[in-house]
Design a protein around this ligand. Sequence first.
Ligand code: MN
Length: 240
Amino acid sequence: MTTLFISDLHLEANRPEIGKQFLSFLDGEARDAEALYILGDLFEIWLGDDDPNLYYTGIKVAIRRLTDSGVPVFFMHGNRDFLIGKIFSNETGVEILNDPVIVDLYGQSVLLSHGDTLCTDDIQYQKIRTMTRNPDWQAMMLAKSLEERIAFSVQARKDSMTHNSSVGAEIMDVNLEAVVSMLRKFGTSIMLHGHTHRPDIHNIDLGNQLATRIVLGDWFEQGSVVRWDENGPRLEVMIR
Ligand code: MN
């Protein structure tokens, strides 16, 4: 049996080809999986579980089909869909995970994260992250009308694009010290995350041992998946 990992699909009605690929993945390969882990940014934007967005409703129904078929599905928040909450979880049957979390995969202890907390060089982003993950801030945001939330998200997106084009590519990647300290803190030698859209497998020297950092890619041009079984992980693309 294989455990599947994906992240950074950035689903939205304007990118229907990603959704199509995701739906055939859910109704195909994922049906035979031991479990599916979605490591954040499944959606381009999540305004709250009360958003009546019909496109997202279709996605939720498809995820429900998978969990109803008996495949456990786990979700970790990304920086786009951090407002996903209990209602989404109840509707889809998905279990929401903390970030980071340690899971046991075929006898190996693996750290899972969305990955944005590792990008510590981007100080401005980390400030915004701290603010938007505060439960009080989230309650304040969710109490606003949908129109107000849309206006806020449009502005936040503009600000983010301005910021991202002003900082270097290095700044927006993970910080090696942050990676090392997270691995040491949790006592693991293998981690898997998304967020940076730089699919790769990195070896990290922890001094006393070698560690591995696997990075999932986004789904803009093709699917990206980690297939993990008793032989270990494989980072692979899914052409569409
Ligand atoms: Mn992200």
